[in-house]
Write a protein that binds this ligand. Structure first.
Ligand SMILES: Nc1ncnc2c1ncn2[C@@H]1O[C@H](COP(=O)(O)OP(=O)(O)O)[C@@H](O)[C@H]1O
Ligand SMILES: [Mg+2]
Length: 290
């Protein structure tokens, strides 16, 4: 009996020793494996971090280049436009009827180039968070009216009706007047640009304690897929109807950024072939409310 228990316990001790030896081998192997994995993952992560830093540097260089190039282009374009106006007015001598259309074409191109440069400058200012807001509490009715007046000739030249209606009791909103004008020129400008016949209706009202500016047109409209991409940088609908309409595809991206900077929001509803409605809302300024 004693012999049996002695044999058993020596077997147990042997097994245990065997087990301990094996488990330390396993844990060593596991530690080596984990270390290798850790090193591999760290190297990868380090690589990604370096790549990310490089991409950011290149991106910043691109932004700085666009900003610098746009600034440099602005001055000569202003000079070209100034001299072309003088020529067209006849201040530098008589312009023959043969020359006039050619000079007008050059002027249109200079204007396009100027718009592109201004758009690129806006994009770089927004991306580098260099937009300075000069916000005030104002009733926006007169501002919307100004923009409608400014664009009425463009609408008239296309034989479009441009209407404006506003409720009497529009409360104050906290906005930068120049930025609101820029936003509205973009939206009402688009409505006129992408409408062949019919009308553009601009209205101002209060909806759910927000001031809503609605711009509704009877234009070419957009498909649901295109509406989804509308606020992307450089996006333009590609169709036979838009092929000969000029633009940069930056207007609505800039518009959305400016609206959101002033705590507003912008939505679009559109039916292809029927028309588009763009709505911009800004919260009513409760403190300034009378
Ligand atoms: N009122 C509208 N009706 C139809 N399409 C529009 C309207 N507004 C914008 N779009 C479409 O959205 C695109 C992006 O608009 P935007 O950013 O202002 O660029 P741009 O007018 O310079 O092309 C336009 O190219 C046009 O295809
Ligand atoms: Mg536009």
């Amino acid at each position: 009996m004693a012999l049996l228990s002695l044999t058993l316990s020596s077997q147990v001790v042997h097994n245990l020793a065997n087990l301990t030896w094996r488990s330390s081998l396993y844990s060593l192997a596991l530690t080596i494996l984990i270390t290798i994995l850790f090193l591999a993952v760290s190297t990868r992560l380090w690589g990604y971090a370096t790549l990310y830093r490089k991409i950011k540097e290149v991106d910043q260089m691109k932004d700085e280049f666009i900003s610098m190039a746009s600034h440099e282009l602005r001055t000569p374009i202003t000079a070209v436009k100034g001299y072309l106006s003088l020529i067209l007015e006849g201040s530098l001598g008589k312009v023959s009827s043969k020359m006039k259309p050619a000079i007008q074409k050059v002027m249109a191109s200079a204007n396009r180039l100027g718009d592109l440069v201004e758009n690129l400058l806006d994009v770089s200012r927004i991306e580098q968070r260099r937009i300075q807001l000069n916000s005030k509490n104002v009733v926006p009715t007169a501002i919307v009216q100004d923009v409608v007046d400014e664009l009425s000739l463009t609408a008239h030249n296309k034989k479009l009706k441009l209407n404006f209606s506003a409720k009497d009791s529009i409360p104050k909103i906290n906005i930068d007047v120049d930025k609101l004008k820029q936003i509205l020129i973009n939206i009402v400008g688009n409505a006129i640009k992408y409408t062949e016949k019919g009308s553009v209706d601009v209205s101002l009202q209060v909806v759910n304690n927000k001031v809503a500016i609605e711009v509704k047109d009877t234009g070419i409209g957009m498909s649901p897929e295109n509406q989804q991409k509308l606020f992307e940088k450089f996006f333009r609908v590609k169709s036979i109807k838009t092929k000969f309409i000029q633009g940069t595809g930056l207007g609505l991206w800039i518009t959305k950024q400016l609206v959101e900077l002033m705590n507003g929001s912008i939505t679009v509803e559109s039916i292809r072939g029927t028309g588009t409605q763009v709505t911009v809302t800004f919260p009513v300024n409760q403190l300034a409310r009378k």
